[in-house]
Design a protein. Structure first.
Length: 352
């Protein structure tokens, strides 16, 4: 039996039922694929439903503000995905006459869409024969054929793609791809039960004792440490409590999200260094005289390429600080839950 026939039989018995399976709406398939990048299915499912409800069509998504999209995305991380999603929806409306591109190259032009996502949309929505290669597929295929190329590089993608292009079911590429992904995820797991596998008699890794060795992973760079000191400064006016926020800009992480005024340093500060630096910061930026800060517990926040060490400095002000630039904005503290913030800020807010 061929790879595709075996997978097809297995899929009939064990394939997953998912809200974005068995549909051909490219917009919803695209939405699900972007949400599922770096996100577990269980968590992604909730977000998928929320997005489909808030923005049922690509036109609705394009018409939303970036802030609305980021707010709905909050908690998923990797916010560039949300910004790209929004920009691509606007591109579809403005440049493609509101019609979702229906060929692989056209789909690949959408911001935030790489080869994997383009293949998923092309095969699931348009039944075009493009194999999908995610982490689960790399694992299964590298073991089945004994491929020791380090995975998740452009070269590896091309190698696996060339191989799978010969194996894909050209009549039902959507079903082939769904079965391939599910098989890697549910059967050929990191620690698999090979006795229950329909490929056990031909699996190269099983025959050569390399199940625990394949796939070979490319060496990762060590995450860079960064130290973030946030100022949660509060004051009251007319019975309402206020605080200051700023919106992140530039090419750095969390662009477009809000945060408390931030002082970043390239090393951890001792307690006395922190008092001195913090007071210099509030004096320069907010014209405030020296303050006594209450320090939050420290937060460690792990991102793919960075480790953020964060501390929140809290202080009560007698009145509204003098804002000399448009960088900071005073808002009632109760409003914070309505603006998009990073998961790190959200974790801190949960402790208050
Ligand atoms: S025999 Fe084991 S390692 Fe090989 S494909 Fe099956 S589950 Fe994966």
């Amino acid at each position: 039996m061929s790879l595709s026939q075996k997978l097809d039989t297995w899929y009939t018995d064990y394939g997953r039922t998912l809200p974005w399976r068995g549909i051909s709406d490219p917009y919803r398939i695209w939405l699900s694929e972007i949400i599922l990048q770096q996100t577990r299915i269980e968590q992604g499912r909730d977000y998928y439903h929320r997005f489909v409800e808030a923005f049922p069509t690509v036109a609705d998504l394009a018409a939303a503000s970036e802030e609305q999209v980021l707010r709905l995305w909050q908690g998923l991380g990797y916010y560039s995905r949300a910004r790209n999603l929004h920009a691509a929806a606007q591109y579809i409306m403005d440049e493609c006459g509101g019609v979702f591109p229906s060929d692989y190259q056209g789909i690949l032009k959408l911001k935030g869409v790489g080869r994997y996502t383009a293949a998923a949309i092309a095969s699931f929505a348009f039944r075009l024969p493009h194999p999908v290669i995610d982490g689960n597929v790399y694992r299964f295929i590298s073991r089945l054929y004994g491929i020791a190329t380090p995975i998740a590089t452009d070269a590896a993608y091309s190698e696996f793609e060339a191989l799978l292009l010969k194996k894909i079911d050209r009549h039902r590429p959507d079903r082939f791809n769904a079965a391939l992904m599910d098989f890697g995820s549910l059967q050929c797991k990191p620690v698999p039960d090979c006795t229950a596998c329909p490929f056990a008699d031909e699996c190269n890794a099983l025959k050569t004792g390399r199940v625990g060795v394949l796939p070979v992973k490319a060496a990762k760079a060590k995450p860079k440490d960064r130290w973030f000191y946030y100022f949660n400064l509060r004051w009251h006016a007319d019975g309402v409590e206020y605080t200051l926020v700023e919106q992140r800009e530039g090419k750095d992480i969390w662009r477009g999200l809000y945060q408390f005024p931030l002082m970043e340093t390239d090393k951890e500060l001792t307690y006395s260094q922190l008092q001195a630096e913090a007071n210099r910061f509030v004096e320069e930026n907010l014209r405030l005289s020296p303050l006594i800060f209450h320090l939050s517990p420290s937060f460690r926040h792990q991102l793919t390429h960075r480790t953020i060490h964060a501390l929140f400095l809290e202080a009560e002000l007698p009145s509204e600080p003098l804002l000399t630039t448009g960088k900071y904005r005073a808002i009632p503290t109760s409003e914070i839950k309505n603006i998009p913030v990073s998961r790190l800020i959200d974790r801190y807010l949960q402790t208050l």
